[in-house]
Design a protein around this ligand. Structure first.
Ligand SMILES: C[S@@+](CC[C@H](N)C(=O)[O-])C[C@H]1O[C@@H](n2cnc3c(N)ncnc32)[C@H](O)[C@@H]1O
Length: 382
């Protein structure tokens, strides 16, 4: 990841704009964070001091899949802070790429018209399959969900190079996104070679609750394709699928796909069996979507002691408040971990002029995140 080592650093006074980057807020201590906005992308930089030097880097939880944006923010903030750059682990900064095809999860949900049929691929890895689908099925909107930012960045480069405008890329845990997607929006869902996690099946993407959400999200006659070389994971997925009513199940072995992914090539070269599960949703269903409100009451929090550590936990959700940094004008930013125990989200609570908001954006609109949000409100405003 791009980072800088600088000396004589004293975080510049915010807000200000430099080189197309808006610096929204910054901590006033020697170690802290800086809120950055470039176009619609928001993220945090962090800085920490050691001896008489300071390291400036990007915050892991909010890191966007655009290296050039991160590099530009680092250099501009270091310069604005009067620091001397002693070391940087990157050379030139190229032009910022068009980010048309990249969406924050919540941004995708807000912009999606719910009419264009979606084909969703979770964990697209190298992106070969989703790219080929986008080219072969131009009238569909292909949503790629990937937790690994460098894979998303690679796919975004290819999408741009090939001028495709029917791919949307979201970086997040597919388990959380599926719980937030609207009902009846996807004609196809592809889960190809998901990580088997056989020693820790709780970490798998495909679970009972995931399949419940996926079936809600599928249109009638929509198909979920689970493809794996791992028979244990495949058998477990099949057993879960059999628990659901209104789903027809088809199993194939070594079926040819529209395109072979890197993983598939590797396993086929080793003569491994590739298992396919095709689950077709037979029944239509009415929409089951809820509108969750993630706003905060208007009370003044500037004199409030904010909770630290575990705030709430139940069988399905958790809320934890962690590190925090003081900002100028009595502001505060607090790291939060919240939501579904199996798909936790990391984001920040920003208190400015006594008012609370989420940074960089509100959590995904899921039942578990909403429960965590209610617990946060209770602990803040009690
Ligand atoms: C074994 S690779 C398979 C990649 C690709 N589908 C293929 O067939 O080559 C699994 C991919 O799933 C992604 N992944 C793992 N857990 C995920 C999650 N919870 N949500 C979204 N993507 C995930 C990983 O980052 C990785 O790219």
């Amino acid at each position: 990841m791009p980072h800088l080592i600088v000396k004589d650093f004293a975080a510049a006074k915010t807000p200000f704009e430099k080189d197309g980057v808006t610096f929204l807020f910054a901590s006033i201590e020697k170690e802290g964070v800086v809120g950055v906005q470039i176009g619609k992308i928001k993220f945090l930089l962090c800085f920490c001091a050691y001896e008489n030097r300071t390291i400036l880097k990007v915050d892991k939880a909010t890191r966007p899949p655009f290296l050039e944006a991160i590099k530009r923010a680092l250099i501009s903030f270091a310069q604005a802070s009067g620091a001397t750059i002693l070391y940087k682990n990157f050379d030139e900064i190229k032009a910022l790429r068009d980010r048309r095809n990249f969406y924050e999860p919540i941004e995708f949900l807000a912009s999606y018209d719910q009419k264009t049929p979606l084909w969703i691929e979770t964990g697209f890895g190298s992106g070969r399959h989703i790219l080929q689908n986008a080219k072969s099925f131009a009238d569909k909107l292909h949503l790629g969900v990937e937790i690994h930012r460098p894979s998303a960045e690679r796919l975004l480069k290819r999408v741009e190079a090939e001028s495709l405008n029917n791919i949307a890329v979201v970086v997040c845990d597919a388990k959380a996104l599926f719980a937030a997607l609207p009902s009846l929006c996807a004609q196809k869902i592809f889960i190809h070679f998901p990580v088997p996690w056989n020693k820790s099946p709780k970490r798998r993407v495909f679970s009972r609750s995931f399949l419940g959400e996926a079936l809600r999200v599928l249109t009638a006659n929509g198909v979920l394709n689970f493809r794996s070389d791992d028979q244990i994971y495949f058998d477990d997925a099949l057993a879960i699928a059999r628990e659901f009513k209104g789903v027809s199940i088809e199993i194939k072995q070594n079926a040819e796909a529209i395109t072979r992914s890197k993983y598939e090539d590797r396993w086929r070269n080793m003569n491994k069996t590739i298992f396919d599960l095709f689950l077709t949703k037979e029944r239509s269903q009415t929409r089951e979507d809820f509108a969750y409100d993630f706003s905060f009451p208007s009370g003044d929090l500037s004199k409030k002691d904010l909770p630290y550590g575990l705030i709430a936990i139940s069988e399905s959700f958790l809320l934890r408040a962690g590190e925090r940094w003081r900002l100028a004008n009595k502001g505060l930013i607090v790291r939060l971990i919240m939501g579904d125990l199996l798909a936790l989200e990391t984001l920040y609570l920003l208190i400015e002029e006594g008012r609370a908001s989420y940074f960089p954006s509100a959590p995904l609109p899921t039942r578990q995140n909403y429960a965590a949000h209610r617990a946060l409100i209770e602990s803040l405003y009690a």
